[in-house]
Each structure stands twice: as structure tokens, then as C-alpha cells.
Design a protein around this ligand. Structure first.
Ligand code: ASP
Length: 366
């Protein structure tokens, strides 16, 4: 361990000599045995290393915490965490294997914020790069801008040496073909049922219900020194209008970090989060003294109040979509909340790596 790393270890409150390296499992027992030390530090105003993420982020929080314990910077830790999910073709809401837009093209959105330097970077509607979060990070590090989109973002990624590749997996392509075929009775694309028996053979899983889906990963972390960072990355709403950008790459909407207070991020219907500046609202409510959970619930109430369009309301007048917030404050308290019940969020802290139930506004029936 270099002297710098060692100093960082001490500064972040990670356990010296723990031997946790990137990619190792978190040594929960050794970690828990350092708890009282961390608890007394928390009482004295310093942070507790804590990572939160969306439900699909269990592996991400684990990796991010490993890196925090190894003395890594908070933003590098969370970006490395979400890189696992971006590269996973089985997660069809993020990165490689993400569901494409209405024209069958995978367009990715991501944002990253680094609390200690007040840095921010983002990309929108980026095509051809598996790790948009890394490109967002490069925007932050190597330009005087915050947000690059579309062709310009692609050009920048190429210039920075990122490898361009086809992100559309066969599984995602099959779903898009089926979605397109079921759009209208008036077009010439046949559904499996309309096709001659047995010749519609795209390897589509029988279990797919054909529904459009939101899906994203957000991950935020605080270290023992109280440094805070966050990242959000997504392929966005499946089969979206080409060029549609959701909340994920918009600073203040799908992600917000204030190193004085905490961080928040969102998943779910991005349009609702954009209109309420959702993640910034959560952070501002925490600044006013609310817990991460209560701040998230309050921001969701704002979204419910703003939702007046008939097409977005169910028979009870409640939103027919979901939004989730994930939040952590400077001392390591965390929370997650959703409009509708049944959601969880991922956490890594002194109590280990796990899912916790998200708080909610409304109980889902049936
Ligand atoms: N918020 C993302 C978007 O609207 C999607 C999601 O999180 O489900 O693009």
C-alpha cells in the first residue's frame, strides 16, 4: 500500500489492513468489527462509508464498497459499480443489451457527479458505447462542458478512445421486432400469430409480455470523510422516440450530489422526474433536515401532485406509473422510496450488502 493510499484509508475511515481489494467480496465480519469505531466517528460528525443503488444494483454497491474500502475515490467507486450492470446483457434497461428505441437503435443516457470537486458530466442519446457512465466521466474530466448529446457525444467518445460496438443483442432485437409488429393492424409487419405457423422464428422468449418498460441503475456513495458522489446510467424507456432523453443524464433530475448535504438519484418515469427536478428536490429537502427516506417520499408527493394528465392516471386518480428515489446523506443515513409498493433498493454499509424495502406512497393491489 502506498503512503497516499494509506492516508486515504485513514481519511475515509476504511479499516487499515483489511486487505479488501477491488473485486473481492466484502469481508463483512471484519468490517462489522470496526463498527463501533465508525459509529463514534458518525456521532462526531464524520461520515460512514455507505453505498446505495437501485434494486438492480446489488453487485454495483458491493464493488463500490470494496473500492471505497481500498481507498478509491467515491466517483470512481460508483462508476466502477454500475459498469458491471452496463456490461451485463441480461439487464435490458442499461448499457449493452439495453432495449432499443422505436427504430431499433440503442441510445444510452448517463450522468455523473463528484461532490468534492463539484464536478458534473453527462451524455444523452449516445449510440455505440457500452459504458456511457465512463463517457459522462470523461466529459466532466476533459471538457469545460457538462452535457454532450447525440452525434457530438459519439464523436467525443471516439476521440477519447472509447471502443464503438454494436449494443443490440439478439434478445433485445427480437423484442423490438415483436413490439413493432404489434403496433398496428394497418401495417405490413406480421405478429407471430398472424405469421404462417412456425415460421416466425426470432428466438423470442415466450415469457415476454410485450410491455414497454422503464429501467436504469443509479448508485450514490459517501465515504468516511463525508465525500459524496453519484452516477445514473440507462437505456431509458424501451422503444422510445429516437432522440428522447429521460431524467437519467439531467443534473438535478435523475441525479444530484451536493457534497455539503448528500446525494439522490431516480429510476422510473423520467418525464415526471424532469418536471419536478426530483433528485435536486430530495437533496434540498435533506438540507432542510429531512431523512433520506422522508425527503424521497416528499419529492414523490410533489410528482403525484404534478400529475394531472388523464392518460397518466388510474381510476383512483393516482399515477399509473412508478418513480423511485434513492438517497444518502453526508453521515451515511440512507433511504429509498417509490410511488407504488413492492420495490427495493440496494445498500452496502457497515451491516453488509443487501436489499432493503423501499418506502412507498400507495399500496399496489393485486
Ligand atoms: N428514468 C429512466 C428514463 O426515463 C428510465 C427508468 O429509470 O426506468 O429514461
Amino acid at each position: 500500500m502506498t503512503e497516499k493510499t494509506r492516508r486515504e484509508f485513514l481519511k475515509t475511515g476504511a479499516l487499515v489492513g483489511l486487505g479488501a481489494a477491488a473485486g473481492d467480496l466484502i469481508p463483512e465480519k471484519a468490517w462489522a468489527s470496526g463498527r463501533s469505531e465508525r459509529e463514534s466517528r458518525a456521532r462526531s460528525g464524520a461520515g460512514r462509508p455507505t453505498v446505495v443503488a437501485s434494486q438492480n444494483g446489488l453487485a454495483a454497491v458491493e464493488r463500490a464498497m470494496d473500492l471505497l474500502l481500498a481507498g478509491e475515490d467515491t466517483l470512481e467507486a460508483v462508476v466502477s459499480g454500475v459498469n458491471i450492470v452496463e456490461a451485463d446483457p441480461e439487464d435490458m434497461s442499461v448499457g449493452y443489451g439495453g432495449l432499443p428505441n422505436a427504430e431499433g437503435v440503442v441510445q444510452l443516457d448517463s450522468s455523473a457527479m463528484h461532490g468534492p470537486t463539484r464536478g458534473a458530466g453527462a451524455v444523452g442519446a449516445l449510440e455505440g458505447f457500452k459504458h456511457p457512465s465512463r463517457v459522462a466521466l470523461a466529459v466532466m474530466r476533459y471538457t469545460d462542458h457538462v452535457f454532450l448529446v447525440g452525434a457530438g457525444a459519439r464523436q467525443f467518445a471516439l476521440e477519447m478512445g472509447f471502443k464503438e460496438e454494436n449494443l443490440l443483442t439478439e434478445k433485445a432485437r427480437a423484442r423490438w421486432i415483436k413490439w413493432r409488429a404489434t403496433l398496428s393492424e394497418q401495417d405490413d409487419y406480421l405478429t407471430p400469430e398472424q405469421s404462417h405457423e412456425g415460421v416466425w422464428d426470432l428466438g423470442l422468449e415466450d415469457s415476454w409480455d410485450g410491455a414497454r418498460r422503464y429501467g436504469t441503475i443509479n448508485c450514490c456513495a459517501v465515504n468516511g470523510a463525508g465525500d459524496i458522489s453519484g452516477v445514473t446510467t440507462t437505456s431509458g424507456l424501451s422503444f422510445k422516440v429516437p432522440g428522447r432523453v429521460g431524467d437519467s443524464p439531467i443534473i438535478g433530475a435523475g441525479l444530484y450530489v451536493d457534497d455539503d448535504v448528500g446525494a439522490a438519484g431516480s429510476t422510473g418515469r423520467g418525464e415526471a422526474v424532469i418536471k419536478s427536478c426530483g433528485s435536486m428536490l430530495v437533496v434540498e429537502l435533506m438540507r432542510g433536515g429531512m431523512s433520506p427516506k422522508d425527503a424521497s417520499l416528499e419529492a414523490l408527493r410533489r410528482i403525484v401532485h404534478f400529475t394531472v394528465e388523464k392518460r397518466l392516471l388510474n381510476d383512483d386518480g393516482r399515477p399509473n406509473f412508478n418513480v423511485n428515489f434513492y438517497a444518502v446523506n453526508k453521515s451515511g443515513d440512507h433511504g429509498g422510496a417509490a410511488i407504488w409498493s413492492g420495490r427495493q433498493y440496494s445498500v452496502a454499509d457497515a451491516d453488509g450488502v443487501r436489499h432493503e424495502d423501499s418506502a412507498y406512497l400507495f399500496e399496489r393491489r393485486g
